[in-house]
Design a binder for this molecule. Structure first.
Ligand code: GUN
Length: 280
């Protein structure tokens, strides 16, 4: 049976380390989160970001907007946060209400405060092998997990399923920089199984519960599950059919307790690092 990758434990180590380092700072790092959506998972994610910020001793500001919010109001709020010296990181929780244009809003964030690494300047830096101000949290967390478990990346065939700006695309860039051979598959990919079967490391980030079945995984592959879907029973499940795939893989991340806690730990780390860069 596969070794179960303990993301929660590694994330907790990162958080405890950050808490110690934060206690020694003159001023608190500040994270601002904008929530302009009323979906339940976004609300849960944002509350968790606040809870973790406060636990570390950061300043946390959540800006909650209702459906009537305009593009102009959000842009104005971001301009104010860009100028606020107590705020080091700005995060716009995605998705936004449908009438809002996320790309235009992200472009307004000062790239030096772009804690998600979503601003086109930071995406461009990442793609050009220049140091972005911050690297997207989920991809960063996945690479930390692989390294912590001494899973070799260079030369491996890595298949990522899901081409989002938040996970798939930046992860493909980062893994390519680590000398992997990366295939980025998505909803229009033909014969997905024939591609995933070739993966030494298979990473799924689609949000389709149990998309990855046992017969899509090569024996001994490393399987990383980024998906998280709430079933009608309330149970959280990933993109991977965990119970079956764990008998084929060499390593596998559980849901919950795998990639999720690493994303939040990396967000906290990014906030801390932006604080340092802004106070040099
Ligand atoms: N929605 C889902 N994941 C993320 C993330 O990492 N950052 C932001 N801003 N929104 C998200």
């Amino acid at each position: 049976m596969a070794i179960i990758i303990n993301g929660k434990k590694i994330a907790n180590e990162i958080l405890e380390n950050l808490k110690e380092k934060t206690a020694k700072l003159d001023k608190k790092p500040g994270l601002a989160v904008i929530l302009a959506n009323d979906n339940d998972s976004s609300k849960v994610y944002v509350s968790s970001k606040e809870k973790h910020s406060l636990y570390l001793g950061f300043k946390s500001c959540i800006y909650r907007f209702d459906k009537k919010v305009t593009q102009g109001e959000l842009i104005k709020a971001i301009h104010e946060l860009n100028e606020n010296p107590n705020i080091n990181g700005i995060l716009v929780q995605l998705p936004l209400f449908e009438h809002l244009n996320a790309n235009e809003i992200i472009e307004v964030i000062n790239p030096k405060k772009d804690v998600d690494g979503f601003h086109p300047i930071n995406v461009g830096k990442l793609n050009s092998n220049l140091n972005p101000w911050a690297v997207c949290c989920t991809p960063k967390g996945i690479i930390k997990l692989l390294k912590k478990y001494n899973i070799k990346i260079a030369g491996k065939n890595i298949v990522i399923v899901g081409r989002s700006n938040i996970v798939g695309k930046p992860l493909a860039t980062l893994l390519t920089s680590e000398d992997a051979t990366v295939t980025l598959a998505h909803s229009k990919t033909k014969n997905l199984k024939s591609i995933t079967k070739e993966a030494d490391i298979l990473i799924s980030a689609t949000g389709h519960a149990k998309l990855i079945k046992a017969n899509m995984v090569k024996k001994g592959a490393v399987v990383i599950d980024v998906g998280i879907t709430k079933q009608p029973s309330g149970k959280l499940v990933g993109d991977v059919d965990f119970e079956k795939v764990k008998n084929i893989a060499s390593y596998i991340t559980p849901v919950p307790g795998g990639v999720g806690p690493m994303t939040i730990a990396c967000l906290m780390e990014n906030t801390y690092e932006l604080y340092l860069k802004q106070n040099q």
